[in-house]
Structures are given as C-alpha cells and as structure tokens.
Design a protein. Structure first.
Length: 338
C-alpha cells in the first residue's frame, strides 16, 4: 500500500534491510517540500522514532532560516522522535547526530582520517563542509534534519563570505553512494549512539566528539547576529557550549556560527593577495608542528588543494626543498618569493 505525501507525490516504502535498527521506522519519498516539514506533519501520529528520506526537497531550510538546496543524488533526511528530556538536554543530540554521521561516512567510504566535526553541527571532508544538521522542537517531539552532499556541492558563490568551501563525496573521493545505502549506515550508527546517550548521558558522546573536532586547540571565530568572539578552541562543556580561551578569560558560547582562520600571520600579512590561492597556509613551523599537520596537508594536496608551508629551518620538512606530496614549501624565511 502507498500513501500520498504533501504535494501529491507518492512515497516509496523500502524493504527494511536485516541490519535496520529495531524500533525505528522509515519512509522514503520521491519529493517533499522539506523533510522537517514532513516530520512536523507526522508528529501527532508517531508511535516510535521515524526516519524520513526524500530524493528531492523543494523548500528545504538550514540554520537561521537559510535556504538549502537538495538536488537529486544528495541526501536529505529527518529523524523525528518523542522528546522525553528538557529541551536543553535533547539539543545535545546534535552531537549524537554529527558523530553518527561521521561514523556512517567512515562505514561507506572506508576512510577514517578524512572526516572531522565542526561545532556545532557540521561534518567536514578534507577540510570542506560535506554535511549539516538542523534540530527543531515540534511540540513534545524533536526533529533532526540532516543534509549531505553525496553527489553535488553548492558553488562557492552560494555560501557566505568566510564560510568553508562546500564539498561532495563524489568530488572528494570519487565514490557514488546512494541515498538508501547512506541512510542504512546512518540509521545503524545513530541507533547505537542514541542508546549510549540515553543510557550513559552526554559525557562519553562529548569525549568521542572532541576526538574528531576540527581546529581544537587553534584560534577560531564564533559569530552571532550581534557580535563575535575570537579565541582558542579549548573545549566543549557538559552542556554542549563551545569554550574559547580569550585574553579576557574562558568564554562559553551557546550558539554561533564558527569561522576558521586562515593560518597566515605576522609579516606575511603583507603578501595577502598572493596568498589567497592557497587554501591552507602554515607559517613559522618547527619540526613537531610540520609532522603534526602533515596528514591533513597530504590529504588536501592529494585532492589538488593548494597548500603552502613556511618552515623555520630547511630540515623541518621531511623531503626538504623539493616539496612534499604536491605541497609548495617555502623553507627559508629569507626566501619569500610567493
């Protein structure tokens, strides 16, 4: 039997695979206005957690009401469940969802090193944004909207200035992953982490999330509609707040857009325009810092991302002046011919 979704499109119930998590429902639609809107329409009749997947969204939305395009081939889904905790505790499921997303990516790609987590609710692939999460309270229900660039990524002109470049799974890895296959992987990982969260609380989720946090220990900018705070990303606390170490002390941030700083500083600022072609710049590096960053540098270089390293001494970079796996290296501070 089939039903009609809002707008007249018929949804296609899929056979649940043997690994599908027990107690979770699933609906798959050819087209929806928004999976979050469909979740709201389904809330009153909900008997258990329900995944909603759409091959296409025509009126999707992101954080702060931003539009979100979902062309066919990309992943657009929402999980709706009854909320039994206070809203602030339930909101910690953004960390559950982002951690489940990362694990699903590793499951379907086999690459454990390319994916990182960006506070509060993004997943990164090779330093670019590949997925985002949006939580909405619907009465006594919680809906978790998830969008993934499986096949397509928005152009740079479609994101705000200073935002990370959008990337897709196909563009970065060459892998073609169907939305159904990705939902299977995500639902499995989410169910495991949801059980962990409801049984043991946020502490273990927080520890696992921090282990894959992008730019932990580095300077970042947290921007709200009213102001911005710049500081060292030091921690995420037990309430999910971003903790920045600033000249005025530690600051806890409950909600903001986070921007990463390009890593050029000091006298190199004078070379501004000539450095903009590089997506990742590391200056004044000693041996330890080069080795610590080399895995990330190699991944970006392998995908054709321009990288510049400026080291304090010639022997700081393993292969010397010849370059390292496609990276550009300016190794002598007296040689600045960018």
């Amino acid at each position: 039997m089939s039903e009609r979704a809002s707008g007249g499109d018929i949804f296609k119930p899929e056979k649940q695979c043997s690994a599908w998590p027990e107690g979770y429902g699933r609906l798959v639609f050819e087209s929806l206005d928004s999976t979050l809107s469909e979740a709201a329409r389904r809330a009153a009749d909900l008997t258990g957690p329900l995944w909603i997947l759409a091959d296409e969204q025509t009126a999707a939305r992101g954080r702060r009401g931003r539009s979100w395009a979902t062309p066919k081939g990309n992943f657009a889904s929402a999980l709706i469940m009854r909320r039994t905790e206070a809203p602030g505790i339930a909101a910690l499921r953004s960390f559950v969802a982002s951690l489940a997303l990362r694990r699903a990516f590793v499951r379907v790609t086999g690459d454990d090193g390319a994916f990182a987590l960006k506070w509060p609710n993004d997943v990164l692939l090779n330093g670019g944004k590949v997925a985002g999460i949006l939580l909405e309270n619907i009465g006594d229900h919680l809906a978790i909207g998830i969008g993934v660039n499986l096949a397509h990524a928005p152009g740079a002109d479609q994101v705000e200035a200073g935002a990370l470049r959008p990337v897709s799974i196909v563009g970065e890895t060459g892998l073609v992953i169907t939305t159904a296959k990705f939902l299977d992987a995500l639902a499995i990982e989410y169910a495991l982490l949801e059980t962990q969260f409801t049984t043991f609380g946020f502490a273990s989720i927080r520890t696992a999330w921090l282990a894959h946090a992008a730019r932990l220990g580095e300077e970042i900018v947290a921007r709200t509609m009213r102001d911005e705070t710049r500081g060292i990303f030091e921690d995420v606390d037990e309430l999910g707040c971003l903790i920045l170490r600033t000249p005025k002390g530690r600051v806890a941030i409950t909600a903001a857009d986070v921007f990463f700083l390009r890593l050029w500083r000091g006298p190199f600022d004078a070379f501004g325009d000539r450095l903009r072609k590089y997506e990742y710049c590391l200056f004044d590096l000693g041996r330890h810092q080069v080795h610590r960053n080399m895995a990330h540098i190699n991944r970006m270089a392998a995908h054709g991302r321009p990288v510049l390293c400026v080291a304090e001494h010639l022997d700081a970079v393993p292969e010397g002046r010849g370059g390292y796996h496609g990276c550009d290296h300016q190794l002598d501070r007296a040689t600045r011919g960018f």
